[in-house]
Ligand binder design. Structure first.
Ligand code: ADP
Length: 462
């Protein structure tokens, strides 16, 4: 682009110059060295400031009035122009800082003459350089510099600009150059630095995304593996849970069938065992079925105003036998005049049964079961507490997750599927309530089920 721009300047200059020389030649051919005619030629070309016509020895034929200094310059010009190889076609000669263009012309009565002319610097800048270069659409700045590297013409300030390259003009402006500058702030080094910064930032972001992706994938994988393990444990636990009561029922049933048990109280005892184990089986199956309904989003709650005391007592009734058999101290405190509370009695009864079942299951030597029902603010509060093995703090949040069973070695000896508390939480939340636990290992646990006295829950479906 710089080469083309230099070419353009050259062509513009040549065009003006050729026109001038042509007019000069025509005038000389027609009128000879006639000052008035030559004055007109000179006046007709603003780019040419000074014109001299010289004979071959350097004597000035035009203009007439010249100083001694002009004569001396003219002699030197002629000598330089004719030095070496006879008459010049066109030559640029620099004398005392002035650029002269010397061409050969011929006049009517004379031999070959030399026409020496110098440009008007302002017109050169305005009509040639600016006209050729100012319109160039470029992010860079084109500047014309003289032989000493000083800018002759520049379209804009060069403060802070960085010189990229320069191209020499050919014959029209010998020793001058067209320099290309990068404006301040646009220097290629700066652009490269900027690009490097952008690239580095993008690289860092990319790395961060990759690391985050790996971390998320790793967490997901861990969760999936854990879930798969919990599910397989669940199947094993449920199967085991189903098998135990079934074998008890079968054994006692077979014993009774053989008619070997003659004494009535023992027979009654066997019947009770069979009933209790069948109840346990039903509870387990209900839990699993409900859990699967919740998982598939099909669990519906039928909310009706329900008396609290009968619900609590009926639930406890179902555990009368194991409680008595294991010599539990049972403390039931139900606040008098409890209002009817909107709830799905079956679901809440099942949740309460799960809590009582756990209290029995996870009790050690100190067998105490506390059940309380009272109103606190806008909530009915049902508390089921024991003096059992307790739950470590770190696990207290997770025990409400499906399939999760705390302290595996502790719970190992105890039946369980890990869905009981998940169900309790679902029932509580479906009623717009909550379930929480206060517990310490070795001291027992206190489960608190809160249900709103007025309906506000997201009940209806799971
Ligand atoms: P599970 O069928 O194992 O009892 P749950 O969902 O009912 O499943 O309970 C989850 C876990 O919470 C249990 O495995 C047990 O570790 C712990 N847990 C629940 N209730 C109690 C309690 N009353 N005392 C101590 N630990 C309990």
């Amino acid at each position: 682009m710089a080469t083309m721009a230099a070419e353009k300047v050259e062509m513009t200059l040549r065009h003006v110059e050729d026109g001038f020389v042509e007019r000069l030649q025509a005038t000389l051919a027609a009128r000879g060295v006639e000052p008035a005619a030559l004055d007109r030629v000179l006046a007709g070309e603003p780019l040419v400031r000074t014109l001299r016509l010289l004979d071959s020895r350097g004597a000035i034929l035009y203009p007439r009035a010249v100083s001694d200094a002009d004569r001396a310059v003219a002699r030197r010009l002629a000598a330089a122009a004719l030095a070496g190889r006879g008459a010049p076609g066109r030559r640029t000669i620099v004398l005392d800082g002035e650029r002269w263009i010397v061409v050969t012309v011929s006049a009517r009565a004379a031999d070959t003459l030399l026409a020496a002319f110098a440009y008007d610097a302002d017109v050169l800048r305005r009509d040639v350089l600016a006209a050729s270069l100012a319109s160039l659409e470029s992010a860079t700045i084109f500047v014309v510099v003289d032989e000493q590297g000083r800018p002759v013409w520049a379209p804009a300030s060069l403060d802070g600009a960085e010189r990229l390259l320069s191209v020499a003009f050919r014959d029209a402006l010998p020793n001058w150059q067209l320099a290309v500058y990068q404006p301040a702030g646009n220097a290629p080094r700066e652009a490269v630095r900027r690009q490097v910064t952008i690239f580095m930032a993008a690289f860092v972001v990319l790395c961060a995304v990759i690391v985050a992706g790996i971390a998320v994938t790793w967490r997901l994988m861990r969760r999936e593996t854990e879930m798969a393990r919990l599910k397989s444990d669940f199947v094993a636990n449920v199967s085991h849970d189903l098998k135990t009561p079934l074998s008890v029922i079968r054994m006692f049933g077979e014993t009774l069938e053989m008619g070997r048990v003659s004494d009535e109280p023992r027979r009654q005892e066997y019947y009770r065992v069979i009933t209790r184990e069948a109840e346990r089986l039903s509870r387990l199956i209900d839990n699993v079925l409900d859990f699967s309904r919740i998982e598939s989003g099909r669990r519906r709650y039928d909310i009706v105003p329900t008396a609290v005391e009968p619900l609590v007592r009926e639930t406890l009734e179902a555990f009368a036998y194991p409680l008595a058999q294991q010599a539990f101290k049972v403390e039931v405190t139900i606040a008098p005049d409890l209002p009817e509370v909107p709830m799905d009695p079956e679901a809440v009864g099942q949740a309460l049964a799960n809590l009582v079942d756990n209290a029995i299951k996870y009790s050690a030597e100190d067998r105490v079961l506390t059940v309380q029902a009272h109103v606190d603010g806008d909530d009915l509060v049902l508390v089921v507490a024991d003096h059992g093995i307790g739950i470590p703090r770190a696990e207290q949040v997770r025990i409400f997750d499906k399939f999760y069973r705390a302290g595996r070695s502790e719970t190992q000896g105890r039946r369980g599927s890990g869905v009981g508390l998940a169900l309790v939480r679902h029932v509580a939340e479906a009623h717009g309530g909550s379930v929480t636990v206060v517990s310490a290992p070795g001291e027992g646990s206190r489960f608190i089920l809160r249900l709103p006295l007025a309906e506000r829950g997201a009940h209806g479906d799971a």
